[in-house]
Design a protein around this ligand. Structure first.
Ligand SMILES: *Cc1c(COP(=O)(O)O)cnc(C)c1O
Length: 483
């Protein structure tokens, strides 16, 4: 991977009002730092209109001219210099722009940025892009230098948002993306992602979009391969990249080893397609007993040998997911690894591998109430107070992904570092928690997942895995990306 480095460590990125993308930074004014921030903004195609807003009141004259010269070299669509706390009306009218705000910590810009926030729902997740960069480097150290990295960004990058993570990964230098369905690939292309995209589950209806958006289908049956070739023939397209997925023990999609001779024949006789990669998927790599995984890898080696004998051009072979890369990155990475959950820091070996957790989830208190003994709380009256207590009503419910199965003490949140169990049933948009012994007030921040309650304990309480927790966080929850 050819990584670019991004010099900055105090940036937040989020979707703001009027479909603006807000990049808020309050880092120092070193020209290198500014350059890193501008590179981040200008190399991303998420918005065509690039606006830079600066509060220069805190920097000295010599730096000021260097910074301005630098900004001008990027040719922003608009540059606003804020002085005397005056906010130009034009700035507030901006729509569908990427807006970089740069000021100091004391800057009045802070208040301006607040005006751009979507403050409709005070429940948010914070994603730490530094953790992604760190985790990628951990996996990179486990695989040979020449091995490529594909990152699975299916299901809106595991629920983190449609395009921000792919944009970050693209800038970072990841070689390939993987999605589950063609529509997901289309969304990426429409938002400026140019990295090759492998589509795992190709549907015949999506052949048109596949070609139109330069997506690379993964094929898993002869019938499907033949239909795709016929489609290409009709469109007079040749050399279209395809991938083949093989069954080695997952019993999900894939060809069998016995299909190989026919596959080779068809592909060799079809100038319409170019075999780009052959892969398989591990079923049990998070198990401490790795025999099953080793067996899958051995089967895959045989498959690889058969293809290598039949074709002279370079084909990428890959079988390792995150767990597999953690354990077999040195011996079975072949030409590429396919990372997913590991990029976010949530593998079974996260601790040993020193992966950094990627997300935190917060909400706020809407109201605090005193409850008398004998009173019940919430729908169905499933909780009865036995003594005088204090409860907090939170702005989060099962519609946000805070599931109803967390009701009545199964789930707990942290306020002021103290565990507050859920009392009564979780509602669609609200949850009541016991704060009898906690100093708190309305408006206070509440941790759902974070330093006190990590992803693993939260998933365990829900009897599920981090993948499902991540992908269950509803769209209405605001996403903030920190760098
Ligand atoms: C989702 C997926 C991955 C990534 O798996 P992780 O466990 O998240 O690392 C890799 N390959 C395929 C085929 C997948 O479906």
């Amino acid at each position: 991977m050819a990584y670019i480095s991004i010099h900055s460590n105090c940036m937040e990125i989020f979707e703001g009002q009027n479909r603006n993308l807000i990049i808020n930074t309050s880092c120092n004014w070193d020209v290198d730092v500014c350059k890193g921030e501008l590179d981040y903004q200008f190399s991303s195609n998420e918005r065509d209109k690039k606006v830079v807003v600066m509060d220069l009141s805190a920097i000295d004259e010599s730096k000021k001219s260097a910074v301005l010269k630098l900004v001008e070299s990027y040719h922003p669509s608009h540059l606003f210099i804020i002085e005397n706390d005056e906010i130009p009306e034009d700035l507030l009218q901006l729509k569908e722009a990427s807006i970089l705000f740069k000021g100091s910590y004391e800057s009045s810009l802070k208040a301006v940025v607040q005006q751009f926030k979507n403050r409709k729902h005070e429940t948010w997740v914070e994603f730490d892009l530094k953790a992604i960069a760190h985790n990628l480097s951990v996996f990179e150290d486990k695989i040979p230098e020449a091995t490529k990295t594909l990152v699975m960004v299916k299901a809106s990058s595991y629920g983190t948002g449609d395009v921000q993570i792919p944009h970050f990964l693209q800038q970072y230098g990841v070689d390939y993306f993987g999605v589950a369905y063609a529509d997901e690939g289309t969304t990426l292309r429409e938002h400026g992602i140019h990295v090759p995209i492998l589509v795992m589950n190709t549907e015949n209806d999506a052949f048109g979009d596949t070609v139109k958006f330069d997506l690379e289908p993964s094929l898993f049956s002869m019938h499907q391969l033949e239909e795709f070739i016929a489609f290409l023939k009709q469109k007079k397209i040749t050399n279209y990249p395809i991938h083949l997925t093989f069954e080695t023990g997952m019993n999900r999609l894939g060809f069998y080893q016995k299909d190989i001779p026919d596959l080779i024949k068809v592909i060799q006789n079809s100038p319409e397609v170019q075999l780009k990669s052959v892969y398989s998927h591990l079923a049990d790599a998070d198990n401490t007993d790795l025999d099953y995984t080793k067996n899958q890898i051995e089967q895959f080696r045989e498959i690889r040998t058969q293809f290598k004998e039949a074709f002279t051009h370079d084909i990428l072979f890959h079988i390792l997911n995150s767990e597999g890369t953690s354990k077999f990155g040195d011996t079975a990475a072949f030409d590429m690894v396919r990372l997913g959950i590991g990029v976010f820091g949530y593998t079974s070996t996260a601790k040993q591998d020193r992966l950094m957790p990627f997300m935190k989830w917060f909400t706020t208190i809407s109201q605090i109430k005193a409850i008398q003994p004998g009173e019940t709380i919430g729908y169905g009256r499933t909780y009865t107070a036995e003594k005088p207590m204090k409860i907090a009503i939170l702005r989060i419910g099962y519609a946000d992904g805070f599931r109803r199965s967390l009701s009545n003490g199964v789930g707990a949140v942290f306020i002021d570092g103290k565990a507050c169990p859920v009392v009564g049933n979780v509602c669609m948009d609200m949850t009541m928690v016991d704060v009898t012994d906690v100093a708190c007030q309305e408006g206070d921040q509440v941790e759902i997942i974070g330093d006190n309650n990590d992803m693993f304990s939260f998933s365990k309480r829900l009897k599920t895995i981090s993948y499902e927790v991540m992908t269950s966080i509803n769209k209405r929850v605001s996403r903030v990306y920190l760098k």
